[in-house]
Design a protein around this ligand. Structure first.
Ligand SMILES: [Zn+2]
Ligand SMILES: [Zn+2]
Length: 144
């Protein structure tokens, strides 16, 4: 077998999601890390993301713990700035997910963290982008 990135035949492969969302491919671990498809810290392949790109779900869990204290602040910033139609979409999502992910601010934090990891930017950048765009698509799942 040949790694599609280095064209070598290494001993260990990992199944990774392609960045363009075109499915999965077997790659050697050094290439998977280099391509940003495998988390070196957690030693797991990234998961694919609806909107393209990939994220390490373990890193997402770490971020959720790390930023939980700031979640109400991010939530208030968004809800104070977005038009009612976007706030309603966010409320519908946070109502649906509340039983699993907790209070609305924590559901929204999840959307922010996923987008930040996917795009390799800071959470505060995602908050700013959503406010500037007047549009919650960046943090909402496709169904909302
Ligand atoms: Zn390789
Ligand atoms: Zn990770």
């Amino acid at each position: 077998m040949e790694c599609p990135f280095c064209h070598q035949d290494p001993d260990t492969y990992t199944l990774v999601h392609r960045l363009d969302g075109s499915g999965q491919v077997m790659a050697c671990i050094p290439c998977a890390i280099q391509q940003g498809l495998y988390c070196e810290k957690h030693q797991v392949p990234h998961s694919g993301h609806d909107s393209g790109g990939t994220v390490c779900m373990e890193c997402i869990k770490d971020d959720l713990r790390e930023f939980a204290g700031e979640a109400p602040h991010f939530y208030t910033q968004l809800m104070d700035s977005l038009p009612e139609v976007e706030r309603a979409r966010i409320r519908e999502w946070t109502d649906d997910m509340g039983d699993i992910w907790g209070e609305p601010a924590l559901v929204v934090l999840r959307g922010l963290v996923m987008e930040a990891r996917r795009r390799h930017v800071a959470i505060t950048d995602v908050v700013q982008d959503v406010i500037v765009d007047n549009f919650a698509d960046a943090i909402l799942p496709r169904a909302y």
